[in-house]
Ligand binder design. Sequence first.
Ligand SMILES: Nc1ncnc2c1ncn2[C@@H]1O[C@H](COP(=O)(O)OP(=O)(O)OP(=O)(O)O)[C@@H](O)[C@H]1O
Length: 439
Amino acid sequence: MKSPYSRYARRTPASGVGYTPDCDPYSPTSSSYSSGSTLKKRNPLSVAAKSMAGVFVACFTPPEPEPNNSKDFGYSEELKAPSVASSTSGGNERRRSSRRGIYSGPANSFHGREPGSVNFTMEEIYAATRNFSPTFKIGQGGFGTVYKGRFQDGTVVAIKRAKKSVYDKHLGVEFQSEIRTLAQVEHLNLVKFYGYLEHEDERIVLVEYVANGTLREHLDCIHGNVIDLAVRLDIAIDVAHAITYLHMYTDHPIIHRDIKSSNILLTENFRAKVADFGFARLAADSDSGATHVSTQVKGTAGYLDPEYLRTYQLTEKSDVYSFGVLLVELVTGRRPIEAKREIKERITAKWAIKKFAEGNAILILDPKLKCTAANNLALEKILELAMQCLAPHRQSRPSMRKCAEILWSIRKDYKEQSASDFRSLSSKSQGSISVITEE
Ligand SMILES: Nc1ncnc2c1ncn2[C@@H]1O[C@H](COP(=O)(O)OP(=O)(O)OP(=O)(O)O)[C@@H](O)[C@H]1O
């Protein structure tokens, strides 16, 4: 049997080889950061066949178990979801609209449901959210309201309910764009897609529930703890892996277009998962000679690539620019635009890069982080990478893959320097103990 991940082998680069997903950090399920990938040739026929098999093939891994969820959103056992409507679809049916939603996932995530079969209903969504009760609401975004829901089989999901304006032509297109994109991707560092439902005026997207809030919330310390630089580096690497995967490993390159800290969700172990494909856009097909997609500018102020803003030409390098903004955000803790600060500090990236260029990088370190040798060293290296990502012209920016590789090396040096900081600190404290003893 073929690996369900073989469709994610790297698209043929100049050398005509692809990465074996098993040991590749960009592969959908790898949690390894080892760069020692084996290379293997990609079979174009198998790729084509898999593409034709459709985007709703079972390629989504089951959700992580959620031990506490019945308590933390007030799930009451008496309020049982109505019984699951029996499947009416044959095994080959991939998509349905109207009352029933499409579902993409393995049978054991929503118990007994075959991948691609149409098995969740509006009644189940109502039951899972207690009729969209405010108690179950976990967020609000441009797309609509987000609820945490629990299905009868215990599966916990995030339920994104489009707001009414989604029926405007423009937002309708956006909705379809999110669905198409979500259905094609699978990676450990991307929020998993479970399915969607169209029912009368409702448009519902079901995605993996990620329990620990957004990166922005953690940088603002609203969960009560400071995430240290080691964790921030891990998050940057997770995000770099996710975007590299979108740019290089899907059947067709995907540009996320809305990389920002509020779209980075964190698990309880502080693994990052990139969310919100509302603006995602398939990139230009380089095989056809195209270098960019011309499109209406979309994204979030502060993260937008100035070259894309000026020319309307979208490439993968627009995500690289946004990633540069995110790197600055990670080390400074500040938002990309800080409207209340004095003018020269309002655009955080500009301010940080200026300080770095003047040799004063230390002044921009998030005041919540300790000023250790390891932190200072990593800060300078991260800023250097951010500066490359923020280059005004896209040709000068590194690829996301290159960013990930640079970050791996920064993390390696950071660990070594931290160990040495720790050794010198403990030898100093031993010294001071002996002084106290002598006294
Ligand atoms: N999969 C999820 N798991 C847990 N919480 C989520 C999930 N998706 C969204 N949320 C929560 O809901 C909020 C709103 O998410 P949503 O993706 O709709 O909008 P946004 O990205 O914040 O804003 P916009 O769509 O305008 O860019 C998020 O900030 C987050 O707190």
